[in-house]
Design a protein around this ligand. Structure first.
Ligand SMILES: C[S@@+](CC[C@H](N)C(=O)[O-])C[C@H]1O[C@@H](n2cnc3c(N)ncnc32)[C@H](O)[C@@H]1O
Length: 266
């Protein structure tokens, strides 16, 4: 998915138009994930789970977010792990967005990861990319998000890792469709409610660990979940609630069997 500076400038213009008419300042992160959000939707509990997993392997764990984009999720993680780093191949993101690249994000290719990290986060590796080998070589714990049916090659079972846990959240597209139907499309309430029953949530979070640390990661995540506080949240989470993507919400769509954000242990 190579982006060119002119594409980015055009997209930025669309964002400015959208902003001028937006029904909520929180919508843009779901409609323009590359500029203002992430390709996976998250709540503060996802950040806290990620941090709990990292802390299972070290008091002051080293953490790398590979393909971090402009660093929206990474910035949240750094609230708890201030030394967390990011790696992003496309420097054009920063130039195109007209923002300064933070020092903690290196512009580099995942194939050139040059040191070991306690945890590597891979958020939405796009189709056609496969940097599982260098990721697997440089860590014992991997947290990855993948879009069911779209992202391929995001599984690490064949790389000497065990899957420890998983949960499901909406992707940006799931939320964006609901936002569009609710706020930016003329349609009757009955039609909107019918469409809402079909809402999907196809972003999967997988936690992998090498067998020697898998037990520690599993127990730490279990202990963390037992005291998880869904009221500790970001202001943009109101959009997820309003669109019917609540914490532990069960969707009517049979393709989404388990409640959202419910952790299953393998
Ligand atoms: C789908 S975006 C996801 C960005 C962010 N993680 C998120 O979820 O919003 C994938 C990102 O990975 C970056 N990327 C693709 N191939 C890469 C590689 N080999 N090394 C580092 N980054 C890469 C892309 O430039 C892009 O910013």
């Amino acid at each position: 998915m190579p982006f060119f500076t002119q594409d980015l400038r055009n997209a930025r213009k669309s964002l400015e138009q959208y902003r001028a008419h937006a029904a909520s300042p929180h919508h843009e992160r779901y409609s323009f994930p590359f500029f203002c959000g992430t390709y996976f939707s998250y709540r503060r509990i996802d950040v806290r789970r990620t941090v709990a997993i990292a802390r299972a392997v070290g008091e002051n764990p080293s953490y790398l977010d590979v393909g971090c984009g402009y660093g929206d999720f990474l910035k949240r993680v750094r609230e708890f792990l201030p030394d967390a780093e990011g790696m992003e191949k496309d420097a054009g993101i920063f130039y195109g967005l007209g923002i300064e690249k933070p020092g903690y994000i290196a512009v580099s290719d995942a194939h050139w990861i040059s040191k070991r990290y306690d945890v590597i986060f891979v958020g939405w590796m796009e189709p056609g990319q496969d940097y599982r080998d260098p990721v697997a070589k440089n860590t014992d714990v991997i947290i990855t998000t993948l879009d069911q049916g779209i992202s391929l090659a995001a599984e690490f079972d064949g790389h000497g890792f065990e899957r420890v846990a998983r949960w499901r959240t909406p992707s940006w597209e799931d939320v964006n469709i609901e936002i569009m139907n609710r706020h930016y499309t003329k349609m009757g309430e009955q039609k909107r409610a019918e469409l809402a029953k079909m809402r999907g949530a196809h972003n999967l979070w997988y936690v992998y660990a090498r067998p020697r640390v898998a037990g520690r990661v599993r127990e730490a995540l279990k202990a963390h979940i037992a005291r998880e506080d869904p009221d500790d949240r970001y202001d943009f989470e109101v959009v997820l609630d309003e669109c019917g993507f609540g914490y532990m919400q069960k969707l009517e769509n049979p393709a989404v069997p388990e409640p959202l954000w419910q952790v299953s242990f393998d």
